[in-house]
Design a protein around this ligand. Sequence first.
Ligand code: CAA
Length: 379
Amino acid sequence: MDFGLSDEQLALQETARRFARAEIAPAAAHHDQEGTFPRDIIRKAWELGLVSTCIPEEYGGVGLSVLDSCIAVEELAWGCSGMATSIMCNDLGLMPILVGGNEDQKKRFLGACTSDFSLVSFCLSEPEAGSDVAGMQLFAEKDGDGYVLNGTKCWITNGGEADLYTVFATLDRSSRHKGICAFVIPRGAPGLSAGKKEDKMGQRASDTRVIHFDNVRVAAADRLGKEGEGFKIAMQTLDRTRPPIGALATGIARRALDESTAYSKERKAFGFPIGGFQAVQFLLADMAKDIEAGRLLTHQSAWMVDQGLRASKYSSFAKCFATDVAMRVTTDAVQIFGGNGYTKEYPVEKLMRDAKLMQIYEGTNQIQRLVIARELLKE
Ligand code: CAA
């Protein structure tokens, strides 16, 4: 067992860390306040090889492992988790193509994302079907050698910015998961439109929208896998993308710890820096220990995915544990900052708002517990 990072992983970590400090962190408060999408920064990240990292070298990508992507995304999230989410969701959108696509589809869609800067959206959630994927309503009606899609997706990251959408729709609502198909649809497809940008509590730099499908035609050649395989493609995708969510949460928590440690050395109470008081020391110690545990679970689950092992349970462990840690740690950071922490002049209130989303997206932490319990009962 080796817990050390390789020279390549250390170099990747350094690249992402420098980028987060030089480009992401200085712009984070502005995009948080304005709720604007920093396309120029995401593009620069792409130029450095930090976006669409899951695309294998044979299709022109950098072919990072899931563990590598976790190492990079933790650094990016340290700078701003809204921007890290936009970057990470590109891999989420691409993963169904890697999981369920044929050679022609991989060449066409993955190739297009490496030859030019492209953003991708993963369109799974719906207004009435967030946790219950099999209950989706977006309808795919067969039409000649293709399909016509009608309905709505919601909470779609990169929704207004994407060049490609991986979309899950049902051929037969009564068949639940057995009726679901996965499709790839380009931006500009007639009938596909992005709705209003959500005015979110946190992660305000990421672009989250409703996507409408009004008689959108998709060729059979753009369906991933066979008819009815869409649900399993979605689940296998999430098994692979939940570890990076753990890493993203770890980045938020680590930033909160860094800010809290620095503040504890500067801020005085009763004539002494507050870091000298055991009440604050215990908070810092718990933050540090929980962050470390979250990172270990995250790296273990990513390693399992990279080994080709079924990682549903471990991916859910990592997603659930590390995101709960981020919520706890950022809440304690606000506590350490006291009244200052509750104002926008200090960075920790943003971290707390950002952390909340981590417990909700890519499967709520209640769904993660459900996945874990089902796996346990199956064993
Ligand atoms: N791998 C392979 N197959 C799987 C699987 C997996 N991980 N999980 C389930 N399956 C299979 C089952 O074996 C079963 O197969 P059979 O038909 O052969 O028996 C089939 O799929 C149905 O499985 P379930 O009975 O477990 O399905 P369910 O309807 O009870 O739902 C669920 C399972 C875990 C609740 C699922 O609906 C789920 O994961 N929900 C959460 C959705 C989610 O995470 N959404 C996130 C959206 S993306 C996002 O948030 C992005 C963003 O903005 C950042």
